[in-house]
Design a protein around this ligand. Structure first.
Ligand code: PLP
Length: 379
C-alpha cells in the first residue's frame, strides 16, 4: 500500500466532517428540508466574501463561474482589459474572445505581478474599457496580484467593473469585496473551501448588477439575474447540487470556528514555512514577487525536469503535488498549502521533496528543509 497525500492547488483534501455530511441521503432541492440549508450557505458565503451583496452558487467548476461573469455582465464588442500573467490570465482572454469581446491584454512575464499603474494608464487612455479581468492568485506562477490597489483604481471609472478570479485565493488571502470595491469575485469549491469540485461562487456588486441589466451576450444555464431571483427564495434555478451544498455548510462551519483572520494567518504561515524550507534546500522560487499564500511554485534545479520531480513525488511517495502549466511545464513544480492544510502537510511536502531531489542527484542534506519548517511552525 502507498498512502496518498493530496497537496495540489485544487482539488484539495476534504475534511471528514464534510465527507460524512455529503454521504447523507439526497433531499429534494425544492422541499422545506433544503431551503434552510441553502439559506445557511448563502449567509456563510457572504461572510467569507465580506460582502452584503449576493453571492451566487452555481453547479459548475470555477471556469463556469468565469464564463458566466463574461456572458452576464458584457456584450459582444465590449472592451475588456485582461491581466495575463499566466495560464489562468490566458483563460480570461480566451473566454472574453469566445464571447466576442474586444480584448486588450496587459501581458506580464510569468512569475511577476501586474503594476497597478499599468491598469490605471490603460483606463486613462481608454475609459470605454468595460471590464478589467484579473486573477487574485495566479495559480500557474504562484503570484498574488494587488487586488486592493486595482479595485481602488477601477472604482474611479463609472463604466468599468473589476472582475476577479479568486478561485485559488479565497480563504488563503484577505479579499474585502465591499470595502475594497471588487465588483465580481469568483470562487470554486475544490480549493480553499476544502470541498470536491463542482461548485462555483460569484459575488456581485450593485455596480455589476447594473451591467447585467444591459448585457446582451447569449445566456441560458449561466443566467445570473435568474439565479439572483432564485437565491432570494433560497433556491438555485436548476437542480441544486444538494450534497455539495450540505458539504459547503460544513466547511463554512469549520472556517467560522477558526475565524477569517486566523485562516488567512494560517495560510500565510504555511506558505512562509514552505518558501523558507525550499530556500534552505537551495531551491529558487519561480515566483519573483508577491508570492501567493495558496501555492508555492519552485524552479526545478538546473538540469532536472520539473515533471519528473512531480512524478517521483507521486509514484514513489504517494504525494500528489503539481507540475508546471503552459510555458512553465518541465521547468517548475508546485506545492499547495491550501484549504484543509496544516503544519504536517508542509512537513510532508518538504520531506518528500528532499527525498525525491536527493534521489535525482541534487546535493542536499536530508532534513535541512524539514528542520527549517519545524522551527517556523513550532508552537
Ligand atoms: C483552479 C483554478 C481555476 C478553475 O479551474 P476549474 O478546473 O474550472 O475549477 C480558475 N482560476 C484559477 C486561478 C484556479 O486556480
Amino acid at each position: 500500500m502507498l498512502k496518498r497525500y493530496l497537496l495540489a492547488p485544487g482539488p484539495t483534501p476534504v475534511p471528514p466532517e464534510a465527507l460524512l455530511a455529503m454521504a447523507m441521503p439526497i433531499i429534494h432541492h425544492r422541499s422545506p428540508d433544503f431551503l434552510p440549508v441553502l439559506e445557511s450557505a448563502k449567509k456563510g458565503l457572504q461572510w467569507l466574501y465580506q460582502t452584503e451583496n449576493d453571492v451566487l452558487i452555481i453547479c459548475s467548476t470555477g471556469t463556469g463561474g468565469m464564463v458566466g461573469a463574461v456572458n452576464n455582465f458584457f456584450s459582444p464588442g465590449d472592451k475588456a482589459l485582461v491581466v495575463n500573467a499566466g495560464n489562468f490570465g490566458e483563460r480570461w482572454t480566451k473566454i472574453c474572445a469566445g464571447y466576442n469581446l474586444d480584448v486588450k491584454e496587459i501581458k506580464i512575464d510569468w512569475g511577476y505581478t501586474v503594476k497597478p499603474e499599468e491598469v490605471e494608464k490603460a483606463l486613462r487612455d481608454d475609459p470605454s474599457i468595460k471590464g478589467v479581468f484579473v486573477q487574485a492568485s495566479e495559480t500557474s506562477t504562484g503570484v498574488y496580484h494587488d487586488i486592493r490597489a486595482l479595485a481602488s483604481i477601477v472604482k474611479k471609472y463609472e463604466d468599468t467593473i473589476l472582475v476577479v478570479d479568486a478561485i485559488s485565493a479565497l480563504v488563503a488571502h484577505d479579499l474585502k469585496m465591499d470595502d475594497w470595491g471588487i465588483d465580481v469575485m469568483i470562487g470554486g469549491s475544490q480549493k480553499g473551501l476544502m470541498l470536491p469540485p463542482g461548485l462555483a461562487f460569484i459575488g456581485v456588486s450593485e455596480k455589476a448588477w447594473a451591467f447585467a441589466g444591459k448585457a446582451t451576450s447569449p445566456k441560458f444555464y449561466f443566467n445570473f439575474q435568474k439565479e439572483r431571483e432564485s437565491l432570494a427564495k433560497n433556491q438555485t434555478s436548476f437542480t441544486s447540487p444538494v450534497s455539495l451544498i450540505i458539504g459547503l455548510n460544513e466547511s463554512l462551519k469549520i472556517l467560522r470556528a477558526e475565524g477569517l483572520e486566523n485562516a488567512f494567518r494560517r495560510h500565510e504561515e504555511l506558505a512562509n514555512a514552505t518558501r523558507e524550507a525550499a530556500k534552505a534546500l537551495g531551491l529558487e522560487m519561480f515566483t519573483r514577487e508577491s508570492p501567493s499564500n495558496a501555492v508555492t511554485a519552485l524552479e526545478a534545479p538546473t538540469g532536472m525536469d520539473g515533471q519528473e520531480i512531480y512524478k517521483n513525488l507521486r509514484v514513489k511517495y504517494g504525494i500528489t503535488a503539481a507540475g508546471g502549466q503552459g510555458q512553465a511545464k518541465g521547468k517548475i513544480f508546485r506545492i499547495a498549502h491550501l484549504g484543509y492544510a496544516g503544519t504536517f502537510d508542509v512537513i510532508t511536502a518538504i520531506a518528500g521533496v528532499e527525498m525525491v531531489l536527493k534521489g535525482m542527484g541534487h546535493p542536499l542534506e536530508l532534513g535541512t528543509g524539514v528542520a527549517v519548517a519545524q522551527k517556523l511552525l513550532m508552537v
